[in-house]
Design a protein around this ligand. Structure first.
Ligand code: THU
Length: 163
């Protein structure tokens, strides 16, 4: 038997270390939390997506009384970006959240599994890594590719396997 060790690198910055464009993307993600519709969870998530030409598109979580019919902020933003600007690749996504107390949290918010899967396909479609910024009041986590968030992932290459 042998073990496969899988490592990912998460770079951690303090707010004052952010570049101007990172600051702007984080502001957009934070602002998007106020456009969330989350009457059931009271957890308001905002995502800001930066496209290859610098355009920023935002999304927020949108809930529904039939719970599974809602959608996370990340997928709202990615699907909107791909439907409004199908020719522009996504280069970055920044995610922020406010908890039931209405405040931004001290721990970085991380995307759920389904959002990681959707981000992975967006990354693979464009052939360029998508950088991920995960925000909190204390620090901001940076991950340099969606692949890092989804080790041993499933993608379309499996669909072409000979059986
Ligand atoms: N949510 C997101 O929008 N993004 C995530 O990455 C995790 C969870 C939303 C879904 C639901 O509206 C609420 O947060 C509570 O799970």
């Amino acid at each position: 038997m042998k073990d496969l060790d899988i490592h990912i690198r998460v770079s951690v910055k303090q707010k004052q270390e952010l570049t101007d464009s990172e600051h702007q993307l984080m502001d957009e993600a934070c602002r998007a939390t106020y456009r969330s519709y989350a009457p059931y969870s009271h957890f308001s998530v905002g995502a800001a997506v930066e496209l290859e030409d610098g355009t920023i598109v935002t999304g927020s979580n949108q809930e529904n009384a039939a719970y599974p019919s809602g959608l996370c902020a990340e997928r709202t933003a990615v699907f909107y970006a791909n439907s409004r600007y199908p020719e522009l690749a996504i280069r970055k996504i920044c995610i922020a959240a406010r908890g039931v107390d209405g405040e931004f949290g001290a721990n970085p918010i991380t995307p759920c599994g389904a959002c990681r899967q959707v981000l992975l396909e967006a990354e693979q479609r464009s052939g360029h890594p998508i950088k991920i910024m995960l925000c909190s009041t204390q620090s901001i986590y940076f991950v340099s590719s969606v692949k890092d968030l989804l080790p041993l992932s499933f993608d379309d290459s499996f669909l072409t396997l000979d059986v």
